[in-house]
Write a new protein. Sequence first.
Lengths: 502, 150
Amino acid sequence: MVRLSLKNIAVPDAWFNRLVIGAVALGFLALLATGLAAYHSVQENQFHSSRANHALLVERAITDFLAAMDRAEAGRRGYLLTGVAAHAETYHDARKHLFPLLARVRDLTRDNPQEQANVARLIALTQSDLPFMDQSIALVRSGQRDEGVRLFRNSVGRRAITVLRAQAAVMIDEENRLLAIRDAATSESIRLFYATVAAAGTILVLVGVGSIWVILGYTRSLAASRDALRLLNADLEGAVRERTADLQRANDEIQRFAYIVSHDLRSPLVNVMGFTAELEGATRKLRTMMDRVDQETPGLVDEDARIAAREDLPEAIRFIRTSTEKMDRLINAILRLSREGRRQITPETLDMNALLLSIGDAHRHQLDEKEIDFSIASKLPTIIGDRLAIEQILSNLVENAIKYMAPGRRGRIEIRGRIENQRAIFEIADNGRGIDPRDHERIFDLFRRAGVQDQLGEGIGLAHTRALAYRLGGTISVDSELGRGATFRINLPLACTAEQGA
Amino acid sequence: MTNHQPVSIIMVEDDEGHARLIEKNIRRAGITNGIRHFRDGTSALEYLHEAPDGPTHNGPALILLDLNLPDMSGIDILSRIKAAGNPLKRTPVVVLTTTDDKIEIQRCYELGCNVYITKPVNYESFADAIRQLGLFLSVIQVPDRAEADG
């Protein structure tokens, strides 16, 4: 027999729970980190993008300024060359945009001191150049075209434009540098975001794989312990069967032993009784003979012989007889027990209510005579068992209940039944004189009785009852206190199989 | 066939006391036939089958058989006597024993026992039973060997 201990099937619960909770927490942490990283990098990205946009705006404003300047210059030159009024128009139109555009650049670059300085220089250059340009236009308009052209040729105006362009280029370069830095920052934040997502993803995958692995392992160990449990169960059933078979064998042996012993005891008993009878017959003859001798020759028989024949012998014979008769009853009881143990069990479905009603009816006379209330609970469990054996058990218990009522109070016998753990339990409860707890085991022994010996009996009934209960695969026990009645409890299988009694 | 030979009673009984009581009560019933007493199965079987004055070779008999014997069970003797081909097959066998087990009784009758009597412990009943057996013996017709053989 394989002995499996419960240790083998214990599952590391605490360890497993901690692991799973840890894994789930780690997964959530990774998710949270990913979310935070995403939020952070989007913020970063937005910031850097807006900064880059800003740089572009500045560039655009500078370029616009340069374009306006170019247009103004182009208009001025056209007017100087041709004197056509439309060119002067173009110049004035472009010129009026110049300062607003510069103001815009200044506003946009308010956060950058270097650019502020650049813008200030640009504004200064423009302010210093524009009077010359205005003057040349004014000269042409007033007919002094040559004076205007001369002024134009004056290197101051041309240098101013060139310096102005260079200054604007410096600004654009600065903005481009800023743009490059901000673009790099944007890509850096995006890269960081991807790295975070990748790290979180890796952690998630690891946690997932780990969790699955652990859960698979757990499931496997669960399945293994379930199998072990099943094996243990099957083994248990086997062990129970084995044990039952052992008990059955032991029981059979005892039955056989009881049978043989009681038979072998009977043989000498036949002799004892037979020759006692012979002795009695002989004594009778002796007595008759002695009477005759006394009559014919008085004084021949002495007193001792007379007492021996008339008193001692009959007394001895009487004692031998009562003893052998008692012995005969005891041997018969053992024989009956052993015979009952060898009887074939024939299981059938038993309506216990009907069965107990018929037992009640069989004892109706005694119940009425002693004024005992006999009640049977409705719906007792129906069982499959040997009718004769179960009838004998219950009948015996009811009989005992009737027999051992307490004097001076109205007797009551209640029969109850229930199903518990696939077993049928019947209780025969009375309010009789009860049994001392010290005698609870003893009363089930053969020839043993408890309490005041005021009732007839050999002390066989309960021993017989218990033997029958065992035979059916059941047990019998008693709950009682002196003076408080007794409850006998029979625990029987719901279905007794024939092999149980084989 | 000739039936003038007296039927002899063969008693197989290991208990001396029982044998004595049985014999006494048979005599009291007025039966005078010869009674041979054997205390074990082996010698009884030998006498039944081999002895020149035994029932196989000489004269009809009636067997009183106890089941509890020291060397074999009375049932063995019964089944041997009643076995097919045994010349004593039709010899009446009265099983007289302490056993009152129903299965045992049934088995004896199945094997061909003619009468089964349980020895009552109560002596009056016992004596009564034996005397009645005596009455029974006085009227019983026993086939002689030639008939049994045929």
